[in-house]
Design a protein around this ligand. Structure first.
Ligand code: RB5
Length: 144
């Protein structure tokens, strides 16, 4: 069973629940790192604790959410080993895996996307990493 870690700040609590339901109905094990209320929190704290947990190992990938997906992805990408992609349609969902082999994807709870977020998650999960030249480019990213 694929284990997926997910977290949000107060700006995406309902979107997080929607994604968790989708993942569970697709036979995934979900580690929910919070938050589950709309009380204001700081998204860098959520990103750091979730990425640290991810880096312990055993997770297939992670999902990070805030109001826009911007702040939490910026913070996540500062943690060693993390490649967090902001996905906003089916094409970027596919490319985030095929070309970037992202280990986190990020969405915003206050964004009106053209497709359901669960469809983007599904596309990401069904795509395989292309490897080859992309492997070299990712190695260069990780060496920065
Ligand atoms: C919180 O109000 C908001 O700034 C946060 O959720 C996120 O959108 C930041 O990028």
């Amino acid at each position: 069973m694929k284990k997926i870690i997910i977290a949000s700040d107060h700006g995406a609590v309902y979107l997080k629940q929607e994604i968790i339901s989708f993942l569970k109905s697709n036979n995934c094990e979900v580690k929910d790192m919070g938050v589950n209320t709309e009380d204001s929190v700081d998204y860098p704290d959520i990103a750091l604790s979730t990425c640290n947990e991810f880096n312990k190992g055993g997770y297939y990938f992670g999902i990070l959410l805030c109001g826009t997906g911007i702040g939490i992805s910026i913070a996540a990408n500062k943690v060693k080993g993390i490649r967090c992609a902001q996905v906003y349609d089916l094409f970027t969902a596919e490319m985030a895996k095929a070309h970037n082999n992202a280990n986190f994807i990020a969405f915003g709870g206050r964004i009106k996307y053209s497709v359901p977020v669960t469809a983007m998650v599904d596309k990401f999960m069904k795509t395989t990493f292309s490897g080859e030249r992309h492997e070299r480019r990712i190695s260069k990213i990780m060496a920065i």
